[in-house]
Design a binder for this molecule. Structure first.
Ligand code: ATP
Ligand code: AMP
Ligand code: MG
Length: 190
Protein backbone atom coordinates (compact mmCIF):
# COMPACT_ATOMS: atom_id res chain seq x y z
CA UNK A 1 0.00 0.00 0.00
CA UNK A 2 1.17 3.54 -0.79
CA UNK A 3 1.20 6.62 1.41
CA UNK A 4 -2.03 7.91 2.91
CA UNK A 5 -1.72 11.48 4.15
CA UNK A 6 -4.70 12.83 6.09
CA UNK A 7 -4.72 16.63 6.09
CA UNK A 8 -6.87 18.47 8.57
CA UNK A 9 -7.41 21.99 9.84
CA UNK A 10 -10.29 24.19 10.82
CA UNK A 11 -12.68 25.48 8.10
CA UNK A 12 -11.19 28.17 5.91
CA UNK A 13 -7.55 27.56 6.87
CA UNK A 14 -6.77 26.66 3.24
CA UNK A 15 -6.68 22.84 3.05
CA UNK A 16 -8.29 22.43 -0.37
CA UNK A 17 -6.29 25.30 -1.89
CA UNK A 18 -3.00 23.82 -0.73
CA UNK A 19 -3.85 20.16 -1.41
CA UNK A 20 -4.92 20.74 -5.00
CA UNK A 21 -1.40 22.07 -5.55
CA UNK A 22 0.23 19.14 -3.73
CA UNK A 23 -1.63 16.61 -5.85
CA UNK A 24 -0.98 18.60 -9.04
CA UNK A 25 2.77 18.36 -8.52
CA UNK A 26 3.05 14.77 -7.28
CA UNK A 27 2.93 11.96 -9.84
CA UNK A 28 0.61 9.16 -8.82
CA UNK A 29 -1.19 11.20 -6.16
CA UNK A 30 -4.95 11.37 -5.75
CA UNK A 31 -6.95 13.91 -3.77
CA UNK A 32 -9.82 12.47 -1.74
CA UNK A 33 -11.96 15.35 -0.49
CA UNK A 34 -13.93 13.65 2.28
CA UNK A 35 -16.69 16.28 2.22
CA UNK A 36 -17.11 15.94 -1.56
CA UNK A 37 -17.55 12.18 -1.26
CA UNK A 38 -20.07 12.61 1.58
CA UNK A 39 -21.89 15.18 -0.55
CA UNK A 40 -22.10 12.81 -3.55
CA UNK A 41 -23.65 10.11 -1.37
CA UNK A 42 -25.93 12.63 0.40
CA UNK A 43 -27.13 14.02 -2.94
CA UNK A 44 -27.81 10.55 -4.32
CA UNK A 45 -29.96 9.90 -1.24
CA UNK A 46 -31.67 13.33 -1.65
CA UNK A 47 -30.57 14.36 1.85
CA UNK A 48 -28.70 17.54 0.87
CA UNK A 49 -27.90 19.79 -2.07
CA UNK A 50 -24.89 21.78 -0.79
CA UNK A 51 -21.79 20.77 1.16
CA UNK A 52 -22.47 23.22 3.97
CA UNK A 53 -25.81 21.49 4.65
CA UNK A 54 -24.06 18.26 5.62
CA UNK A 55 -23.12 19.40 9.14
CA UNK A 56 -26.73 20.47 9.84
CA UNK A 57 -28.13 16.95 9.21
CA UNK A 58 -29.22 14.76 12.12
CA UNK A 59 -26.15 13.05 13.52
CA UNK A 60 -27.21 9.53 12.56
CA UNK A 61 -27.41 10.64 8.90
CA UNK A 62 -24.00 12.38 9.08
CA UNK A 63 -22.56 9.23 10.65
CA UNK A 64 -23.88 7.08 7.80
CA UNK A 65 -22.45 9.41 5.14
CA UNK A 66 -19.15 9.59 7.04
CA UNK A 67 -18.93 5.80 7.08
CA UNK A 68 -19.76 5.61 3.36
CA UNK A 69 -17.04 8.14 2.49
CA UNK A 70 -14.43 6.38 4.62
CA UNK A 71 -15.32 3.08 2.92
CA UNK A 72 -14.86 4.57 -0.56
CA UNK A 73 -11.52 6.16 0.35
CA UNK A 74 -10.29 2.91 1.89
CA UNK A 75 -10.58 1.29 -1.57
CA UNK A 76 -8.24 3.82 -3.25
CA UNK A 77 -4.93 2.24 -4.19
CA UNK A 78 -2.93 5.16 -5.60
CA UNK A 79 0.74 5.73 -4.81
CA UNK A 80 -0.29 8.64 -2.57
CA UNK A 81 -3.85 9.30 -1.35
CA UNK A 82 -4.25 12.77 0.16
CA UNK A 83 -7.39 12.99 2.31
CA UNK A 84 -8.77 16.51 2.77
CA UNK A 85 -10.92 16.41 5.89
CA UNK A 86 -11.76 17.63 9.39
CA UNK A 87 -10.79 16.58 12.92
CA UNK A 88 -14.15 17.73 14.19
CA UNK A 89 -17.37 19.16 12.84
CA UNK A 90 -19.40 21.90 14.51
CA UNK A 91 -22.86 20.22 14.51
CA UNK A 92 -26.14 21.10 16.23
CA UNK A 93 -25.23 18.43 18.80
CA UNK A 94 -21.79 19.90 19.57
CA UNK A 95 -18.28 19.22 18.28
CA UNK A 96 -18.39 15.82 16.60
CA UNK A 97 -15.29 13.83 15.56
CA UNK A 98 -14.47 13.67 11.86
CA UNK A 99 -11.96 10.90 12.54
CA UNK A 100 -13.43 8.52 15.10
CA UNK A 101 -11.75 5.13 15.51
CA UNK A 102 -13.70 3.31 12.82
CA UNK A 103 -12.92 6.05 10.26
CA UNK A 104 -9.22 5.99 11.15
CA UNK A 105 -9.25 2.21 10.85
CA UNK A 106 -10.63 2.53 7.30
CA UNK A 107 -8.34 5.38 6.23
CA UNK A 108 -5.13 3.85 7.66
CA UNK A 109 -3.18 7.13 7.64
CA UNK A 110 0.60 6.98 7.32
CA UNK A 111 0.88 10.75 7.93
CA UNK A 112 -1.26 13.29 9.79
CA UNK A 113 -0.82 16.91 8.75
CA UNK A 114 -2.46 19.79 10.59
CA UNK A 115 -2.72 23.05 8.67
CA UNK A 116 -2.86 26.22 10.77
CA UNK A 117 -3.00 29.99 10.32
CA UNK A 118 -3.69 32.87 12.70
CA UNK A 119 -7.28 33.58 13.81
CA UNK A 120 -7.09 36.86 11.94
CA UNK A 121 -5.99 35.20 8.67
CA UNK A 122 -8.66 32.51 8.96
CA UNK A 123 -11.39 35.07 9.67
CA UNK A 124 -10.42 37.00 6.53
CA UNK A 125 -10.28 33.82 4.42
CA UNK A 126 -13.72 32.73 5.59
CA UNK A 127 -15.18 36.18 4.94
CA UNK A 128 -13.67 36.52 1.47
CA UNK A 129 -14.71 33.05 0.28
CA UNK A 130 -18.18 33.58 -1.18
CA UNK A 131 -18.42 30.04 -2.55
CA UNK A 132 -19.30 28.65 0.92
CA UNK A 133 -21.82 29.17 3.72
CA UNK A 134 -19.47 29.40 6.67
CA UNK A 135 -20.45 29.67 10.33
CA UNK A 136 -19.92 33.13 11.89
CA UNK A 137 -16.72 33.30 13.96
CA UNK A 138 -15.02 35.61 16.46
CA UNK A 139 -11.33 35.75 17.36
CA UNK A 140 -12.12 33.82 20.56
CA UNK A 141 -14.11 31.10 18.79
CA UNK A 142 -11.31 30.66 16.22
CA UNK A 143 -8.72 30.38 19.01
CA UNK A 144 -10.90 27.75 20.64
CA UNK A 145 -11.17 25.78 17.36
CA UNK A 146 -7.39 25.94 16.81
CA UNK A 147 -6.74 24.63 20.33
CA UNK A 148 -9.35 21.92 19.93
CA UNK A 149 -7.73 20.81 16.65
CA UNK A 150 -4.36 20.27 18.37
CA UNK A 151 -6.05 18.22 21.03
CA UNK A 152 -8.06 16.08 18.58
CA UNK A 153 -5.02 15.35 16.41
CA UNK A 154 -2.97 13.93 19.26
CA UNK A 155 -5.70 11.34 19.82
CA UNK A 156 -5.58 10.37 16.11
CA UNK A 157 -1.82 9.95 16.27
CA UNK A 158 -1.93 7.85 19.41
CA UNK A 159 -4.57 5.53 17.98
CA UNK A 160 -2.96 5.07 14.53
CA UNK A 161 0.74 5.43 15.28
CA UNK A 162 0.97 7.98 12.43
CA UNK A 163 3.26 10.99 13.00
CA UNK A 164 1.92 14.55 13.12
CA UNK A 165 3.31 17.51 11.19
CA UNK A 166 1.96 20.97 11.97
CA UNK A 167 2.23 23.31 8.96
CA UNK A 168 1.57 27.02 9.02
CA UNK A 169 -0.34 28.22 5.93
CA UNK A 170 0.85 31.84 6.07
CA UNK A 171 -0.81 34.61 4.10
CA UNK A 172 -0.03 34.31 0.38
CA UNK A 173 2.21 31.28 1.04
CA UNK A 174 -0.03 28.54 -0.40
CA UNK A 175 2.42 27.54 -3.19
CA UNK A 176 5.40 27.29 -0.82
CA UNK A 177 3.34 25.40 1.75
CA UNK A 178 2.21 22.91 -0.92
CA UNK A 179 5.81 22.46 -2.05
CA UNK A 180 6.95 21.75 1.50
CA UNK A 181 4.27 19.11 2.00
CA UNK A 182 5.05 17.47 -1.38
CA UNK A 183 8.75 17.35 -0.52
CA UNK A 184 8.08 15.73 2.82
CA UNK A 185 5.83 13.08 1.26
CA UNK A 186 8.29 12.43 -1.61
CA UNK A 187 11.02 11.77 0.94
CA UNK A 188 8.71 9.45 2.84
CA UNK A 189 7.99 7.39 -0.29
CA UNK A 190 11.64 7.24 -1.46
P1 ATP B 1 -13.05 24.06 4.32
O1 ATP B 1 -12.59 23.24 5.49
O2 ATP B 1 -14.25 24.87 4.70
O3 ATP B 1 -13.22 23.27 3.06
P2 ATP B 1 -10.43 24.90 3.49
O4 ATP B 1 -9.51 24.67 4.64
O5 ATP B 1 -10.43 23.86 2.42
O6 ATP B 1 -11.90 25.16 4.05
P3 ATP B 1 -9.97 26.74 1.33
O7 ATP B 1 -11.32 26.64 0.74
O8 ATP B 1 -8.84 26.05 0.64
O9 ATP B 1 -10.06 26.31 2.87
O10 ATP B 1 -9.55 28.26 1.49
C1 ATP B 1 -10.40 29.24 2.06
C2 ATP B 1 -10.08 30.59 1.43
O11 ATP B 1 -8.77 30.99 1.81
C3 ATP B 1 -10.11 30.54 -0.11
O12 ATP B 1 -10.70 31.74 -0.58
C4 ATP B 1 -8.61 30.48 -0.48
O13 ATP B 1 -8.34 31.08 -1.71
C5 ATP B 1 -7.97 31.27 0.66
N1 ATP B 1 -6.58 30.84 1.00
C6 ATP B 1 -6.13 29.59 1.15
N2 ATP B 1 -4.82 29.57 1.50
C7 ATP B 1 -4.44 30.87 1.55
C8 ATP B 1 -3.20 31.52 1.87
N3 ATP B 1 -2.10 30.85 2.18
N4 ATP B 1 -3.18 32.88 1.83
C9 ATP B 1 -4.30 33.57 1.50
N5 ATP B 1 -5.49 33.03 1.20
C10 ATP B 1 -5.56 31.68 1.23
P1 AMP C 1 -15.23 20.62 3.51
O1 AMP C 1 -15.44 21.05 2.11
O2 AMP C 1 -13.88 20.00 3.75
O3 AMP C 1 -15.55 21.71 4.51
O4 AMP C 1 -16.27 19.46 3.78
C1 AMP C 1 -17.66 19.73 3.67
C2 AMP C 1 -18.42 19.10 4.79
O5 AMP C 1 -18.22 17.68 4.75
C3 AMP C 1 -17.99 19.50 6.20
O6 AMP C 1 -18.53 20.74 6.59
C4 AMP C 1 -18.58 18.35 7.00
O7 AMP C 1 -19.97 18.51 7.15
C5 AMP C 1 -18.34 17.17 6.06
N1 AMP C 1 -17.11 16.42 6.40
C6 AMP C 1 -15.88 16.52 5.86
N2 AMP C 1 -15.04 15.64 6.43
C7 AMP C 1 -15.77 14.96 7.35
C8 AMP C 1 -15.48 13.90 8.26
N3 AMP C 1 -14.27 13.33 8.36
N4 AMP C 1 -16.47 13.46 9.06
C9 AMP C 1 -17.72 13.99 8.97
N5 AMP C 1 -18.05 14.98 8.15
C10 AMP C 1 -17.07 15.46 7.34
MG1 MG D 1 -11.94 22.65 1.66
Amino acid sequence: MGLRAVIVGIPGVGKTTVLEKVVGSYRGARLANFGTIMLEVGRAEKLVEFRDELRKLPLDKQRRLQKAAAGKISLMRDKLVVVDTHLFIRTHDGFWPGLPFEVLRALKPTHLILLEASPNEIAKRRASDTTRYRDPATEDSLKEELALARSFITACSTVTGAPITIVRNGEGMQAEVAQGISRMLEKASA
